[in-house]
Every structure is written in structure tokens, then in C-alpha cells.
Design a protein around this ligand. Structure first.
Ligand code: C2E
Ligand code: CA
Ligand code: CA
Ligand code: CA
Length: 274
């Protein structure tokens, strides 16, 4: 067993080392990414399923690393969360995105918020500051929160969310259906929107069970008077099913990939001139 362990270590250790080194280097770079202006925000349209008109956009963060190229948020957001860097980065995203959305007429802006941000007592002040500095009316800001944020289930978190709602900011539950406590969370707290996770939309065409689940979530939203949004809509078949089932809003490559602020603005202007 000893010999086996030894040989195992020889093969395994360098790889582990390499991963740790990469992680440490990325974290060091991430600390400077904001100041070096390597972070940008893209906007993905959200549309009404009934009319296909744009109702708003979700802000999605990108990191252009000087040597590694574009790094996905699936990679760097977890690092930012583990190191606490998500707090300043998240505040930056919020304020920048609010500034951009100020010129969008009455469209809404959705911003992702990490569990760690929602647990900061200062988070309400951060949101108020972003709204005040940008001039975006609170009613047009929607914060997307995952169930993970609610898992802590602390009175403090619920208090922070209540204060945000009383500012007039709207709250969306992100990735609905993928966590462990969706229903319990909805029972404890009033959300304005449910975002049905992409994994439920992906299999709609071939899987009757996926359709049944989607139908149940839409019924739930309707009974609780909560807007429903379907993520990851990629084809017309999915859209017509969503429309038939009464899902309010859709988002996905069918309507547009995440795009620059300028591109989004042009899209909105084209829509308004039709
Ligand atoms: P999310 O909040 O669930 O965002 C939706 C993700 O699905 C985005 O990935 C989007 O580009 C992608 N997507 C949209 N439509 C489609 C589609 O039709 N098909 C497919 N296959 N994918 C689609 P992205 O931009 O890579 O972001 C990944 C995750 O990173 C986000 O998932 C969110 O959890 C996190 N994230 C992104 N920006 C921020 C941010 O500013 N703050 C925080 N805390 N998290 C962020
Ligand atoms: Ca989201
Ligand atoms: Ca999502
Ligand atoms: Ca997700």
C-alpha cells in the first residue's frame, strides 16, 4: 500500500501543484483587474414571450486577462467569492451597469449578486449609492440572487433583502429549481421574479417531464403573483412552448448573446423605431 501511495503521489503532486500555482496567480491578477480596466460588462436582452419585445437586460461580467485571454465568469467568480474580492467587484458592476442602464428608457436592468455580497451589512448602502450616483430609478433595478444566498437563512440576510425591496428595488430568484430549498425560500420571502434554470429549458422538446416541471413552476409563479423568466432559450420551439404555457419573459441565444452596451443600445433603438 505504501509503494502504491508513493507512485500515486509522484504522478499526482505536480498536477496539484500546477493547479494551485495557477489559482494563486489568477487571484493575484484578479486583485488588479479592476484598476487595470480588464473587467467589462456585457448585456443580454430579456424579452416578453408574448411580444418578443425587449423588456430589459442582464449584466454579465467578463475578464479580459492580459496573457490568458478571456476568462469565463464560471472560473473567476468562484475565485472572487472565495477571496472576498466579489464585494468590491460586485459594487463596481452594480454602479457601472446602473450608469449604462440610465439611458434605456423604462427598460429594467438585472444584476447578479453573490451570496457573500447579500450578507454584508453595507450592501444596502452600496445599492443606494449606485442608484444615487447613476440616477437610475430603483424600480428599474432587479437583483438576481441564487438560492445559495438564502441557504444561510439568517435573519440578517432576510432583513437586508426587505430593506432592498422597500427601496423599490426588485428581487429575482436565479437558477430556480437547481438548489435544495426553492420552495422553502419562496415561502419565507417575497420575490418579484423567478428565473427558471436553463437545465429545465434545454430538454423541453424531447422530455415530457421537463414540460411538466416547467408548467408547475409557471403555475407557482402565477399563484404567488411572481413574474416568470425562462433562461437559455435557444430555439423557436422552446419559445412557442413557453408562450403557450404562459411564461412571462425569456432570455437566451435566440434573442441575443451577451453584447456590449453600445450593441444593446442599438438593438433597443431599432426596436423602438419599428
Ligand atoms: P447566470 O446568472 O445563470 O447567467 C446566465 C448564463 O447563461 C450566462 O453565462 C449567459 O451568457 C448564459 N446564457 C444565456 N443564454 C444562453 C443560451 O441560450 N444558451 C446557453 N448555453 N447559455 C446561455 P455567463 O455570462 O458565462 O455567466 C455565468 C455565470 O457567472 C452567471 O450565471 C452568474 O452566475 C455568474 N456571473 C456573471 N456575471 C456576474 C456578476 O456580475 N456577478 C456575479 N456575482 N456573478 C456573475
Ligand atoms: Ca443571473
Ligand atoms: Ca441563471
Ligand atoms: Ca447559472
Amino acid at each position: 500500500a505504501k509503494a502504491e501511495g508513493g507512485s500515486c503521489l509522484r504522478v499526482f503532486e505536480p498536477a496539484m501543484d500546477e493547479r494551485l500555482r495557477t489559482r494563486r496567480a489568477l487571484v493575484a491578477d484578479l486583485r488588479n483587474a479592476m484598476a487595470r480596466q480588464e473587467l467589462t460588462i456585457l448585456f443580454q436582452p430579456q424579452v416578453s414571450t408574448a411580444t418578443r419585445r425587449i423588456t430589459g437586460a442582464e449584466a454579465l461580467l467578463r475578464w479580459h486577462h492580459p496573457t490568458r485571454g478571456l476568462i469565463s465568469p464560471e472560473t473567476f467568480i468562484p475565485l472572487a467569492e472565495q477571496t472576498g474580492l466579489i464585494v468590491p467587484i460586485g459594487a463596481w458592476v452594480l454602479e457601472q451597469a446602473c450608469h449604462v442602464a440610465r439611458g434605456w428608457g423604462d427598460l429594467h436592468l438585472a444584476v447578479n449578486v453573490s451570496p457573500l455580497q447579500v450578507r454584508q451589512a453595507s450592501f444596502v448602502a452600496t445599492v443606494e449609492q449606485a442608484l444615487a450616483r447613476s440616477g437610475l430609478p430603483p424600480q428599474r433595478l432587479e437583483l438576481e440572487i441564487t438560492e445559495a444566498a438564502m441557504l444561510a437563512n439568517s435573519a440578517e440576510t432576510l432583513g437586508i433583502l426587505s430593506r432592498l425591496r422597500s427601496l423599490g428595488v426588485r428581487l429575482a430568484m436565479d437558477d430556480f429549481g437547481t438548489g435544495y430549498s426553492s420552495l422553502a425560500t419562496l415561502q419565507r420571502f417575497r420575490f418579484d421574479k423567478i428565473k427558471v434554470d436553463r437545465s429545465f429549458i434545454r430538454h423541453l422538446a424531447r422530455d415530457a417531464r421537463a414540460v411538466a416541471l416547467l408548467r408547475a413552476v409557471i403555475a407557482l409563479g402565477s399563484a404567488l403573483d411572481v413574474t416568470t423568466n425562462a433562461e437559455g432559450v435557444e430555439d423557436e420551439g422552446q419559445l412557442s412552448l413557453l408562450r403557450a404555457e404562459g411564461c412571462d419573459e425569456a432570455q437566451g441565444y435566440l434573442f441575443g448573446r451577451p453584447m456590449s452596451a453600445a450593441e444593446f443600445h442599438a438593438r433597443v433603438n431599432r426596436q423602438d423605431s419599428r
